[in-house]
Every structure is written in structure tokens, then in C-alpha cells.
Design a protein around this ligand. Structure first.
Ligand SMILES: NC(=O)C1=CN([C@@H]2O[C@H](COP(=O)(O)OP(=O)(O)OC[C@H]3O[C@@H](n4cnc5c(N)ncnc54)[C@H](OP(=O)(O)O)[C@@H]3O)[C@@H](O)[C@H]2O)C=CC1
Ligand SMILES: Nc1c(N[C@@H]2O[C@H](COP(=O)(O)O)[C@@H](O)[C@H]2O)[nH]c(=O)[nH]c1=O
Length: 595
């Protein structure tokens, strides 16, 4: 058994050091390092270009492309302006013309070949590009790796940052790619739109005077900056009190550009009949409220053209999940402290922009940017990540992430591990077959599939288990000298379904951990391996199905089980998939030696 050691995280291609040892030519080494610096510069530029269309591309990623000649000079640039417009790669190739030949294309992100549209890949191939450097793989799992595979199959050399290229400069360049598409990456991982909390406060930490008056705390320059932030967002959201107090417009007024939708969250619906937000000359407004609140006022709003959406439970998470499902990519929270605290508590805020004005207003009851979070000790304070400080006019803008941008690099399988498990699989480049529920196309790979197995006990006598899951769960308690453990084994064995077996086994393990055999953690992979080996040996059709997947990566798509499964976004260790790949490799080896 090869798979007994504890798991580790990913996966990189050759490090610069490893790569350079392959060459004993000093010049080549120097070139390699120089080209790293050049790669980093061009990728950062691609990210900068991509950022130009923020707000317009939503909910699609921001793409930028730089084409450099063989000598490293920029020959053409392009960025995706908006959904449905011409891809960055096509524009850059056109701009570069013949200078593209044998050149390198730099892309902040792997193109997504939605609906079989290969325009980006085709443009690079037809332009005669020799090498493509990619900042990030596509963050959406079903698109991840597709274009990289397509480019490689056309003979182009493809280097992905963090996988094939490493080092400090490369890491910084990769960061710029993560930042430019942070909304898409965070949205994909958290299933809510990327949410930014923005506020303006005085030096003594107030967002309004005690009277509630707040216009203005920050300078005009800062407020112009807010218009830009609005222009990058799909929606701006405030609470009912801010509507009553400020009568805001919430429009982006920085000279054209994308205009965000406006959202009001109000439980009481005690909102004014006259409000700037009911004026739709620039953009419309959606009011989200508690089910049944002020029906007559709802009718009134509807007559003004305001869309009213009722929620059974009106809280920031429910509201954000709803707007995620409506396709929103990013939301700017411009609310006061009450709603801001609720939003932070419910974990929907990804990033904070705080404009701090060099003013003092005082006031014991003057509102502050974030209300009650229930924290009592400084050690509980939320630390911002990747903090930036910037002077904007007379104000200071402090921004940072409340949650790290999830790493879109696939965890499974790492290069080394996969070769060890199954040499026929080329990591990242192979098709990934996901299986989970037994009704899935490859559902028979699940331990819950109804395939009985015969396994020997400690004295060598064979017993029948209704599924791999039955056997696996029972083994947790086998050999434990306790009547409750022995009963547990019998109960699991006679469980009517694999689900029931899992329920009994898991709850016994949770509630009475002392009944679990002491060597369980070190033997569980071996236990599973033996059960799977039996299952895929005694059922010829399962064996054929497994062999038919040769060359593909197998991943148990369990979003919950991060040991046996691959997790929701590839963060799981996928030990079930790994064991199946290992078995497949062993079966294939046997069939080769016997033929
Ligand atoms: N300087 C700055 O950057 C800003 C300053 N302000 C100032 O802040 C003050 C208003 O602050 P505040 O009252 O906190 O602001 P908000 O209006 O932004 O938030 C509170 C309101 O949100 C609504 N709400 C809906 N669902 C919830 C929920 N689950 N939890 C909490 N609230 C919910 C309620 O409206 P309802 O009562 O209608 O049910 C509630 O009264 C004003 O003086 C304004 O000028 C506001 C924004 C920015
Ligand atoms: N007071 C204050 C802000 N307040 C926010 O701006 C909203 C008003 O937007 P609008 O009506 O479009 O100009 C207001 O309701 C609140 O959300 N913002 C800032 O950048 N600086 C400030 O000093």
C-alpha cells in the first residue's frame, strides 16, 4: 500500500531551483531568472489591463492579454470590455499583427471556453504564439484547465504561475491576478456575491454626528473614489435607516460607466414616500423586506416601479444568497453600523474600504461604522488581510480583506502524488471524473453503492457486508473489548442501507470516541483499500467501469468529507479517489502482465 502517509497540500511544477539544476549552462540559468522577472512584469500588466473593465464584465471575469515578441518587447495588448465583446486574446493578437509570431502571450487568467467558444485559444494559435504564460487557472471548476489543455494540445508551451513558475516576483504577479478577479473567485467559493463594506469616518471613529447628520465626512476626492467603487459593483446596498436619514442617491457619478443596482434592506418598510431611490432616471431600486411587512406600502412601491422582494427571514446572508442566485457578482455595502454589524456577523463581507477623514466630531451616541459584534476581548478582533494604505485628498483610505481570497489552485492531485498513484495520469491535464451520489454516472464508485462484499474477519472466516460503507463503518469498532462496541458492529452490519450504516458508525464515533479502536487513524486507509479491492474484483462490470476511466483523475465530489472527498472547491484530500486510481493502476498492471 502506497497511500499510508498523512496528506499534504499541493502541488507545484519545477521550482526555479529545480529547473535550473537541469541546465548546466550558466547563461541559460541567468536567462531563466531574467525571463522570470519579465514574465512577472507582463503578467502584472495583463492584470492591470483586465482591471480596466471592472464592473462591465460582470458576472464574468476580467481578462487582459499582453503579447510580447521573442525579445520580450510588448507587441500588442487587449482586454475584455464586456460580456459578449471580443476576447482580450483576439484584440491583443490583432494589435500585435506579425510580431506575434513565435512570441509569448501573457494572460491574467485562463480563458473560459463557455459554450464551446474557443475564440481566445484559436486567436493565440493562429497568431503563431509559441508560449503562453497564465496567471491563474479559471476559478470555475467546470472550466478550469480546459483552455490550458487545448493550448497544449495545439503544441503551445503553457506555463502557469505557481505551478510551472515560482519565486517571489512570480508570487507577487500572481497576487495581482487574484486581486483583479477577487470578486469572481470569492463568489465561486462562498456562494454569495463578493461584498465590500465601505464607510467614511472621522478620526474619532464616527460615521455621523449624534444627530445622525453625515454629509460630509470624507472629502470630494474621496467621494469621487466612492463613485468608482460603485461603478465596479453590481449593486449598492443600504439599510432602511440610512434611507430615512440621508435620502441617498447611490449612483455612480464619475462620468459615465456602469451604474449599479440599488438595494434597500428594511424590516419595517417604514420608508418615506418621497425618496431619491424611487427616482429611476439613472437606475432602478430593489427593496428587500420581511414577509408581510406593510402590504399597502409594498403596493405603493410597486406602483413606482420599485421591485419588492419578501424574505421569511430577512438577514444579510439570505439576501446575499438570493442575489448570488440572481447572478450578482459584487455588492457594495454603504450602510450604517447596525446593518454592517449584521453583515459582518453573518460572514458575507469579504473586503472593507474605510475612508478616514482628519476631523473630530465627538458625541457619545454618534454612530460608528460597525455596531454590536458580541466581542469582549481584543484578541477576538477581526484582523484585515492584505491591508493597503492610500492617501486620497486629505483622507486616508485603509482597505483590506476580512477573508483571504481562496486559492483556486487545485489541491488534488499533486504532481508527485499522482504519478506515484497512477503514472498514466498527467496531473491537471487529464479529465476529472467526479462521482458522489450513487445515481451519478460514475456513482458505482461511491462506497454507498449497493454492492455487497465478502471480507475475512480476524480469524480468517468470511462474512458478507451489504456495501463497502457497512464494512468500513464497522471496522472502526472491531476488536474493541466492550459489549457496546460489539453490539455496534452487529448493528452496523445489519443496517438496512449504507446511509444507515454510516449514521450508526459516525454517531457512535462522535458520541463514544473511546469505543473506536486505538489504531483506527493509522489503519483506516488500508481498511478502505481492502474493501474497495474486493468490490472491484468480484463485480466484472465495476472492474470494467474503473478501467474505462484510465487516464482520468477520479474525485469523490463530497462537499463535506474533506478526507475521503475532494471538498466543494478541491480543498479536500480525496482519498477515496486516490485509492480508486491506485486500484485502477494495479488492475491495469495485472492485465498487462497477464496478456
Ligand atoms: N459615513 C458613512 O459612511 C455612512 C453613514 N451613515 C449614517 O449612519 C446612520 C444610520 O446607521 P444605521 O441605522 O446603522 O444604518 P442602516 O440604515 O444602514 O442599518 C439599519 C437598518 O437596516 C435595516 N435592516 C434590515 N435587516 C436588518 C438586519 N438583519 N439587521 C440589521 N438591520 C437590518 C433596518 O431598517 P428598517 O428600520 O427600515 O427595518 C435597520 O433599521 C445615519 O446617520 C447615516 O447618516 C450611513 C451609511 C454610511
Ligand atoms: N457620509 C458619507 C457617505 N455616506 C454614504 O453615502 C450615501 C450618500 O450617497 P449619495 O446620495 O449618492 O451621494 C449615504 O447614504 C451613505 O451611504 N459616504 C462617503 O463616502 N462619505 C461621507 O462622508
Amino acid at each position: 500500500m502506497a497511500l499510508s502517509s498523512p496528506p499534504m497540500r499541493v502541488s507545484c511544477g519545477p521550482t526555479p531551483a529545480a529547473a535550473t539544476t537541469r541546465s548546466n549552462n550558466n547563461n541559460k540559468n541567468n536567462n531563466f531568472l531574467c525571463s522570470h522577472a519579465l514574465d512577472a512584469v507582463h503578467i502584472r500588466r495583463a492584470a492591470e489591463l483586465a482591471d480596466k473593465s471592472a464592473g462591465f464584465t460582470s458576472p464574468h471575469p476580467n481578462f487582459g492579454c499582453v503579447i510580447a515578441t521573442q525579445s520580450g518587447k510588448v507587441a500588442g495588448e487587449g482586454f475584455l470590455y464586456a460580456q459578449g465583446t471580443r476576447p482580450a486574446e483576439v484584440l491583443a493578437a490583432e494589435a500585435a499583427g506579425n510580431f506575434s509570431r513565435r512570441g509569448t502571450a501573457y494572460l491574467n487568467m485562463e480563458p473560459g471556453d463557455c459554450h464551446g467558444d474557443h475564440a481566445a485559444v484559436s486567436a493565440l494559435v493562429q497568431a503563431g504564439i509559441e508560449r503562453v504564460v497564465i496567471g491563474l487557472r479559471h476559478p470555475l471548476q467546470h472550466l478550469r484547465g480546459n483552455s490550458i489543455r487545448a493550448l497544449r494540445s495545439e503544441g503551445l508551451q503553457v506555463h502557469v504561475l505557481g505551478e510551472d513558475l515560482n519565486g517571489k516576483l512570480i508570487e507577487e504577479a500572481r497576487k495581482s491576478c487574484l486581486l483583479v478577479n477577487a470578486p469572481l473567485i470569492c463568489r465561486a467559493a462562498s456562494r454569495v456575491p463578493f461584498s465590500v463594506l465601505k464607510y467614511a469616518m472621522t478620526l474619532d471613529g464616527k460615521i455621523a454626528a449624534s444627530s445622525g447628520h453625515a454629509s460630509w465626512i470624507s472629502s470630494r476626492t474621496s467621494r469621487n473614489r466612492v463613485f468608482e467603487l460603485r461603478g465596479r459593483s453590481d449593486a449598492v446596498i443600504v439599510g432602511g435607516n440610512t434611507v430615512r436619514r440621508d435620502n441617498p442617491r447611490l449612483t455612480a457619478r464619475h462620468g459615465g460607466g456602469h451604474m449599479p443596482m440599488r438595494i434597500v434592506m428594511s424590516q419595517t418598510l417604514d420608508l418615506p414616500e418621497e425618496a431619491n431611490l424611487w427616482d429611476f432616471s439613472d437606475v432602478s431600486t430593489i427593496v428587500v423586506t420581511q414577509r408581510g411587512a406593510r402590504k399597502r406600502f409594498q403596493k405603493f412601491l410597486a406602483s413606482k416601479g420599485v421591485e419588492v422582494v419578501e424574505f421569511d427571514i430577512l438577514n444579510p446572508r439570505e439576501v446575499m444568497e438570493y442575489f448570488h442566485d440572481r447572478g450578482y457578482l459584487s455588492v457594495l455595502w454603504e450602510c450604517g453600523g447596525t446593518l454592517a454589524a449584521a453583515a459582518i456577523s453573518s460572514g458575507v463581507i469579504h473586503k472593507v474600504f474605510a475612508f478616514v477623514a482628519p476631523k473630530i466630531i465627538g458625541g457619545k451616541n454618534a454612530p460608528t461604522p460597525v455596531g454590536e459584534l458580541g466581542m469582549v476581548e481584543m484578541s477576538q478582533a477581526l484582523d484585515l488581510i492584505d491591508v493597503c494604505y492610500e492617501q486620497v485628498g486629505p483622507d486616508m483610505l485603509i482597505s483590506g480583506f476580512l477573508q483571504p481570497i481562496p486559492d483556486a489552485t487545485p489541491v488534488i492531485p499533486s504532481v508527485d502524488e499522482t504519478y506515484e498513484i497512477d503514472p498514466t495520469v498527467t496531473p491537471y491535464e487529464s479529465r476529472i471524473i467526479f462521482f458522489y451520489k450513487t445515481w451519478d454516472p460514475y456513482g458505482a464508485f461511491s462506497n454507498f453503492s449497493p454492492h455487497a462484499i465478502k471480507m475475512p474477519d480476524a480469524s480468517g472466516d468470511y462474512a458478507t457486508w451489504l456495501s463497502v460503507e457497512h464494512y468500513y463503518q464497522a471496522q472502526k469498532f472491531v476488536g474493541v473489548d466492550d459489549p457496546v462496541a460489539r453490539d455496534g458492529v452487529e448493528n452496523i452490519k445489519s443496517a438496512k442501507s449504507p446511509e444507515e450504516a454510516a449514521r450508526i458508525g459516525r454517531s457512535m464515533q462522535r458520541q463514544q470516541p473511546d469505543l473506536v479502536r486505538s489504531d483506527w487513524e493509522s489503519v483506516k486507509i488500508e481498511v478502505m483499500y481492502r474493501a474497495l479491492k474486493c468490490k472491484f474484483s468480484i463485480y466484472p462490470h465495476l472492474n470494467s467501469m474503473l478501467l474505462s476511466t484510465a487516464g482520468s483523475v477520479l474525485v469523490e465530489a463530497s462537499p463535506h468529507d474533506l478526507f475521503w472527498g475532494g471538498g466543494r472547491d478541491g480543498e479536500g484530500l480525496n482519498y477515496l479517489g486516490r485509492l480508486l486510481m491506485q486500484l485502477r493502476s494495479e488492475f491495469l498492471g495485472e492485465s498487462h502482465t497477464s496478456s
